[in-house]
Design a protein around this ligand. Structure first.
Ligand code: ADP
Ligand code: MG
Length: 384
């Protein structure tokens, strides 16, 4: 892990009046850039050729006398491959540009974690040392941390032969890099049949299946809680709930919109749904459930401080399902900007807005914290 002092040496040399907010141009970069503009920063996104036009063209910022009157992306650097953005020369440019980098899931997917941890010498907003724990295959994955923190998560089934009620089997898609090859089963028999079929179709591999996580499927709605932890806040609560999102997944969402009769008649090729995220929606939870939401966030903050010094900084997302007895189960954790925050980009979210009496999305909240860190000369508390 790059030493914090090394990062702070770099950050201390920054021209504090000309800090730019940077991100890899994917995932939640729109929200982050939009929020940064709202807080008076310049924005720079690192793009991959072929998928740059969203940022470089359609949301390009127009400034009149310095003031943004359209769009929100000031600068784009376009690479052949995302991975080229971390070349030493490119990092030097970022540092010369006074870039504070906001990591997202695409950054940790396209850039090897070793590089993020040991070689990417650009001051980063958030907890660099926590990014690795969202890999389910890691020894100390988020499940490990949830257990340490006494947080609720779906029970793990070690042996497929023990499947006695609905489970979800979590593994990578064999052909679509970065996507899921998840499937569900409610018995060992069904597990065998479905996995055979998926292996045959090339959706999953036997190797991945052997290492897959099998856990109880929580029958209930999904609530992804977009939190923010502010190390800089001293007078009020440090934990904030900004928003709640849930995702559109293909082809699952199409399957559930078919009448049961039609579902049953789908042929083998279309019978099993996939779970690829392709959109986001927004939600709120009933008020009596909010106490537990905050309590989960507080526990997560505490346990992350204990095991990942200095602990979580800034945005994080606890992805939950609520069962019929109103119990929460955390099935995934993002120790960074969540994947669904574009849903409250620019308009904010009922929770974030009412807390700040302004339109506060996750992206804007990140920029607010960086602004405060600059003004109070406390960047060392929020950068790693
Ligand atoms: N234990 C579970 N019970 C019910 N649904 C689940 C469970 N785990 C995952 N899911 C569903 O699968 C989707 C993806 O799961 P997740 O663990 O977040 O995968 P990824 O790491 O690829 O984001 C979620 O949006 C949720 O709908
Ligand atoms: Mg997830």
């Amino acid at each position: 892990m790059i030493d914090k002092n090394e990062i702070m040496k770099i950050a201390n040399d920054y021209d504090k009046d000309n800090v730019k907010i940077g991100a890899l141009a994917s995932h939640s970069a729109l929200d982050v850039a939009d929020g940064a503009i709202e807080e008076g920063f310049k924005t720079v996104l690192y793009c991959q050729k072929g998928r740059e036009r969203t940022y470089a063209n359609y949301f390009r910022a127009k400034r009149v006398a310095g003031k943004v009157v359209r769009g929100f992306v000031d600068e784009c650097h376009v690479y052949g491959k995302f991975s080229e953005m971390v070349a030493p020369g490119e990092q030097d440019k970022m540092v010369r540009d006074n870039v504070i980098f906001v990591p997202n899931r695409s950054f940790t997917s396209y850039i090897p974690l070793k590089v993020v941890e040991d070689e990417f010498r650009v001051p980063m907003f958030g907890s660099r040392n926590m990014l690795r724990m969202e890999e389910r295959s890691e020894q100390q994955s988020y499940y490990w941390l949830l257990e340490k923190g006494g947080l609720p998560f779906p029970e793990k089934i070690d042996d497929p032969e023990d499947i006695d009620e609905l489970v979800v089997v979590k593994l990578h898609h064999a052909q679509k890099k970065l996507e899921r090859g998840f499937f569900t089963a409610s018995s060992y028999q069904e597990y065998k049949e479905k996995s055979d079929q998926l292996v045959q179709q090339g959706v999953i591999t036997r190797d991945d299946l052997a290492g897959a996580r099998i856990e109880r499927y929580i029958i209930g709605p999904v609530f992804n809680f977009d939190f923010f932890y502010s190390p800089l806040e001293e007078e009020y609560e440090k934990v904030e709930l900004l928003g709640v999102d849930w995702r559109f997944e293909t082809s699952l969402d199409g399957h559930v919109r078919l009448p049961a009769d039609q579902q049953m008649k789908l042929n083998e090729k279309q019978f099993l749904p996939e779970y690829t995220v392709c959109g986001h929606n927004s939600a709120t939870v009933r008020e009596s459930l909010l106490e537990s939401v905050f309590s989960m966030a507080e526990k997560f903050v505490k346990v992350s401080e204990r095991h990942y010094d200095p602990g979580i900084i800034g945005p994080f997302c606890l992805q939950t399902c609520i069962d019929k007895d109103l119990n929460y189960y955390i099935y995934d954790v993002a120790p960074r900007v969540g994947g669904g925050t574009n849903v409250h980009m620019a308009v904010g979210h009922p929770y974030g807005n009412s807390l700040y009496r302004a339109n506060v999305s996750t992206g804007r909240r990140v920029a607010m914290e960086i602004r405060r860190g600059l003004e109070e000369d406390r960047l060392s508390e929020i950068l790693t």
